[in-house]
Ligand binder design. Structure first.
Ligand code: GLA
Length: 661
């Protein structure tokens, strides 16, 4: 989709959030119109959890109330991102279709009373979801307020019910073709698990001990495909009536039930939700991570931050507030990386209900509040950044990201409980972010030729095609770092025989791993270069590579821990343990130096982030975010779009957007 259609319609970057007028009365609606105008809100997401109002009883739709709100918003100059309400089936639905309630791996069927109480594979749910999407699109497909369609909300819930089992079998037949192929792929010769009819196959429900890893991995793949099919049904029902772009808001979580690459290909516009899990610099690094992922899922095209919290940091068992200034810096962290605006959950803080304490643009205290003043200031700032619309971001380095590898690291029976995908991904991104770089994510089978350095953390599963792609990337001049336990299995989770990792990579890395040697919890191994390894070690030998650091302890004394191989015109690095933070930063720094990678704006002090957006016509902008408590001088005074003034320094905790010369 041409993203300019959205930003042209909005007259610049998007600003606003989820809006639930059904929770309020006419007096508040009137105030909403005024406050939205005051804060320069130009996009409101309506209807996300409004199924019970839109369809008060099965098959009877009532859109009268929604007509009024769409017309009102249009009159107030606010465009609408209209949601299908299918993440919140009403109680009547669950009572009429109890078989559509989700079932956990232990067989427990959930009840209604919260949200997301549906099984995406249940035929009754799918029919009802398609029908309401169709009815909404028929009625509002051409509404002048409508700018964007928002299918569902965060496809995420898992189910293990009999409907899911039936759909899983259909999926398995298509994937494997025959039971013999399935038995071979799942290694059912082990533990007498051979299947002799499709009907015997179940989702990976709770069992006596380790569940079959191939079954678990295929179930994850199946579930993502099922959710995607549900999305496509709604999208196609909408497209039959409307030419406005369609999205679904992806959550970029620490756990994962979706192949985000696949969703990225099916939406007209990638939109994501982001909620930081720690304050301060952690929040900034997390925002950069999610925003870089969102842009990568969009194939580098502009995307949209669909939800964030004005005053919400999820920190374990509590929700921390944001400090003054954070809302601008956090929002610009996304805009810097290609978001076409900043939207929030939600416009007005609910008086009642399960998320009554969730922060909002208009808090319980009302507009006379620090939060609403900051929201208004953010609206003003974003309004000044309209010229950035449609510009994109470039990266010279990438981190590999693959759902199959992630799911593979969640199966039962792995040799260490410290083999975790998400933390490894975060760490790799963080090392590059700390080095001042903008980072892309890429799939191991993508064309990687535009990247000078590629990090491959936790890439436990790698297909033959992926291994060949990475071999070629190195041969053609790339610098690749494969990390421990990497490329150990193929797409069926079958171990690579004859030494790890997969053969084409062994060639590029010039090594052969003979034995994985997990470490005890807390155990640390000193390496010969002064760094420390923990969690994992490997017995490997070089086959052409140089040993950059060696183990200095026990059986592995003198054996390579970190290797570097010149292969073709590139370099293949292998790291066989989990390095301490400083050691990892040093290693990544060496890779970047050798590959000649430098930040867009070199020389910035730690805690100051700079990202550049480029327009197709050659204009570009530097977005500077100062996360530190000190003002930072600019190399030379420059015109700042945010303030409209000439700046010589970026204030502590502040931001600047400079036209590049
Ligand atoms: C998600 C949901 C919203 C809301 C927020 C709260 O992103 O999409 O409905 O629950 O979380 O953080």
């Amino acid at each position: 989709m041409d993203i300019r259609r959205l930003t042209d319609r909005l007259g610049g970057l998007a600003f606003g959030g989820d809006y639930s007028p059904e929770q309020w009365d006419a007096e508040v609606w009137k105030q909403d119109d005024e406050l939205m105008r005051h804060a320069r809100v130009n996009l409101a997401t309506v209807g996300v959890f409004s199924w019970a109002l839109m369809e008060p009883e099965e098959g009877r739709y009532d859109f009268g109330w929604l007509d009024g709100h769409l017309d009102r918003l249009h009159a107030a100059g606010v465009a609408v991102d209209l949601a299908t309400p299918t993440a919140g089936p009403p109680p009547w639905f669950s009572l009429a279709h109890p078989d559509a309630l989700p079932v956990g791996p232990d067989g427990t069927r959930l009840t209604h009373g919260s949200r997301d109480t549906y099984c995406v594979a249940a035929p009754a749910y799918r029919r009802a979801a398609r029908r309401i999407a169709d009815a909404l699109a028929e009625r509002y497909g051409d509404h002048p307020a409508l700018a964007l369609w928002h299918v569902h909300n965060e496809y995420v819930s898992l189910c293990h019910c009999d409907h899911a089992a039936a759909a899983f079998r259909v999926w398995l037949r298509a994937r494997h073709g025959s039971l013999d192929a399935l038995n071979e792929a799942w290694g059912t010769a082990f533990w007498s698990q051979r299947y002799t009819s499709w009907e015997q196959i179940l989702p990976p429900r709770q069992s006596q001990w380790h569940r079959n890893p191939g079954q678990a991995l295929d179930y994850s793949r199946f579930w993502s495909d099922e959710a995607l099919a549900a999305y496509r049904e709604q999208r196609d029902a909408i497209r039959a009536h409307s030419d406005r772009p369609v999205t679904t808001n992806l959550m970029l979580p620490r756990y994962q039930n979706l192949d985000l690459w696949a969703f990225g290909r099916e939406v007209d516009l990638v939109s994501v939700n982001h909620y930081p899990t720690g304050p301060g610099v952690e929040a900034a690094a997390h925002a950069a991570f999610d925003a870089d992922r969102a842009r990568s899922l969009a194939g580098g095209a502009p995307w949209l931050l669909m939800e964030s919290g004005t005053n919400t940091v999820y920190a374990g068992d509590r929700v921390l507030p944001k400090e003054p200034g954070d809302i601008l810096r956090n929002s610009l962290a996304h805009v810097a990386r290609g978001s076409e605006g900043a939207l929030f959950f939600q416009w007005r803080q609910s008086r009642a209900g399960a998320e009554q304490w969730h922060s909002s643009m208009v808090p319980h205290a009302g507009p006379d509040s620090r939060m609403f003043r900051e929201v208004t200031a953010l609206g003003e700032h974003l309004a000044r950044l309209g010229e950035l619309a449609g510009s994109t971001v470039r990266a010279e380095v990438a981190v590999l990201h693959d759902s199959d590898a992630w799911w593979a690291m969640q199966v039962d029976g792995l040799p260490s409980g410290e083999l975790e995908y998400y933390p490894a991904l975060r760490r790799a991104h963080r090392a590059l972010w700390d080095a001042g770089l903008t980072v892309d994510f890429a799939h191991p089978e993508h064309d990687l030729s535009r990247y000078r350095v590629v990090l491959a953390p936790a890439l436990f599963l790698l297909t033959d095609a992926g291994a060949e792609n990475l071999r070629r990337y190195v041969a053609d001049g790339g610098t690749l770092l494969l990390q421990h336990f990497g490329a150990a299995v193929d797409e069926h989770l079958h171990a690579r025989l004859g030494g790890y990792p997969a053969a084409p990579l062994r060639e590029a890395l010039g090594i052969r791993v003979e034995e994985y040697r997990p470490l005890a919890q807390g155990e640390e191994l000193a390496l010969s270069d002064g760094s420390t390894g923990s969690s994992w070690s490997e017995s490997l030998r070089t086959e052409g590579a140089e040993a950059v650091a060696a183990y200095t302890h026990g059986m592995l004394t003198g054996s390579p821990a970190l290797t570097r191989h010149t292969f073709g015109s590139g370099h293949g690095w292998y790291l066989s343990t989990r390095l301490d933070d400083a050691g990892y930063a040093t290693l990544v720094g060496r890779l970047l130096t050798e590959a000649g990678v430098t930040p867009d704006l070199p020389g910035l002090p730690a805690g100051v982030e700079a990202v550049t957006r480029h327009a197709p016509d050659g204009r570009s902008w530097h977005l500077l975010l100062n996360h530190s408590a000190e003002a930072v001088p600019l190399p030379q005074p420059a015109h700042d779009l945010l303030t409209g003034a000439t700046l010589s320094r970026v204030p502590a905790g502040g931001c600047a957007v400079l036209r590049a010369l």
